[in-house]
Write a protein that binds this ligand. Structure first.
Ligand SMILES: NC(=O)c1ccc[n+]([C@@H]2O[C@H](COP(=O)([O-])OP(=O)(O)OC[C@H]3O[C@@H](n4cnc5c(N)ncnc54)[C@H](O)[C@@H]3O)[C@@H](O)[C@H]2O)c1
Ligand SMILES: [Zn+2]
Length: 374
């Protein structure tokens, strides 16, 4: 891992070809030059939520205009509720009224909500215009901006309507994490811990050591962590943009995590549910004899440093968790499939598959209150 400052470039391959993910402190200041190089367009639509627009919208638009680019800011109300068909419809109408054509480029500057919503607008606007992702939350830098998944939530569930639409470029500037609330930084760190747990023990140990600095928003530590997570996630999604094979390992902690989120009616943040899911799935792996027993303790230690609760939330009853688990798309023939660690830094591979089917009883005994008390 490099110690010097400056952009780190990671090449990610999407179905439509490779794209660069640039990570570096201060990169937002060079956005105009980067756009001209990687995504030249007649007009730019900068899409941001109300929080990010307030902090970075006007300065960014002004810098783009100063560089001679034709750019306009489009904002929407911050929050997951805006990741909707209604907001997709509103934004596409606003772009149409403003006369944006096929030769335009959309810049999605914000957290994962902006990336998913803005990306989906770009995927569908005039049958698809280029998008540049400028992630400003840690969740977006570490996870959401890489891999080309875009979409909106619908009544039947989250992310059920969308498209694969890889960006032309991703620009991640860790300096902007300074304004991100600490609880949001913690949410991003959960996904970083997952990357270390499934692919890179040295990174896992580094996150362990640097967690206080990362949560404090130390830009140098964040730059290293974001770059490593981007490398790791890119290596998986580049092989497998449409999730047929190894991309599955990214589901570690998410099978139970999603069921817990749903059982709490999404009142618990995603990262918190996934932290709990990773610990439970590690326990399940130990009980099935595929996961090294020390893994649970290591996960509990590192996730404990993130400072979020890691137990099953009060609102999630074992029954509800089981109901949502059985409606998961990973269920085949009544048995849910799980991704298991063999040790920290490696996923268990059996019979050529990165996930293993588990009987309902084994999971039920794990999520009962008496089973989680040890
Ligand atoms: N496409 C994917 O592969 C993928 C992967 C993971 C998550 N997601 C999606 O991402 C979303 C969650 O992302 P999120 O946690 O970034 O949520 P978010 O976009 O709502 O951002 C969280 C909060 O932080 C604020 N914020 C963002 N950057 C800021 C900054 N620099 N300074 C101050 N405030 C800032 C936002 O305004 C918001 O209030 C979910 O909808 C999830 O489904 C998508
Ligand atoms: Zn996740």
């Amino acid at each position: 891992m490099t110690a010097e400052a400056g952009p780190i470039a990671v090449t990610t391959r999407g179905a439509a070809g490779p794209y660069q993910v640039l990570v570096g402190r201060g990169l937002l200041g060079s956005l105009a030059t980067l756009l001209e190089e990687y995504a030249p367009a007649h007009r730019y639509a900068l899409v941001s939520d109300s929080n990010v627009a307030l902090l970075y919208g006007e300065p960014t638009i002004n810098r783009l205009k100063d560089a001679g680019l034709n750019a306009e800011l489009f904002t929407f109300q911050a929050g997951e509720r805006s990741k909707s068909r209604a907001m997709w419809s509103e934004l596409t109408d606003r772009l149409l009224h403003a006369g944006f054509g096929r030769d335009s480029c959309l810049i999605a500057m914000g957290g994962g909500v902006t990336g998913d919503l803005g990306g989906f607008v770009a995927a569908t606007y005039m049958r698809g215009i280029p998008v540049v992702q400028v992630p400003t939350s840690l969740v977006a830098m570490i996870d959401a901006s890489i891999g080309g998944k875009t979409g909106v939530d619908v009544e039947a569930g989250k992310n059920l309507v969308g498209a694969f639409h890889a960006p032309n470029l991703v620009v991640a500037d860790p300096n902007v994490v300074a304004t991100l609330p600490r609880v949001e930084r913690a949410q991003g760190m959960i996904e970083a811990v997952k990357h270390g747990a499934i692919m890179d023990e040295a990174y896992f140990d580094e996150l362990d050591r640097e967690m206080p600095a990362l949560l404090d928003g130390d830009a140098a530590s964040l730059e290293r962590a974001v770059a490593r997570s981007v490398e790791l996630k890119s290596s998986v999604v580049s092989e497998d943009e449409r999730e047929a094979g190894r991309r599955e390992i990214l589901n570690f902690g998410h099978t139970l995590g999603h069921a817990i989120e749903a059982a709490c009616s999404f009142l618990v943040p995603h990262g918190t549910a996934v932290a709990c899911g990773m610990i439970l799935e590690a326990r399940l792996g130990v009980s099935l004899g595929v996961t090294d027993p020390g893994v649970v303790e290591r996960l509990e230690e590192v996730l404990g440093r993130v400072g979020l609760p890691t137990g099953i939330p009060d609102g999630a009853t074992p029954n509800d968790i089981m109901v949502y688990l059985s409606s998961d798309k990973k269920v085949r023939q009544g048995r849910t499939r799980f991704v298991f660690l063999s040790r920290i830094g490696a996923v268990h591979l059996a019979d050529g598959s990165w996930s293993q089917p588990v009987e309902e009883d084994a999971v039920l005994s794990l999520v009962k209150p008496e089973a989680t008390a040890f």
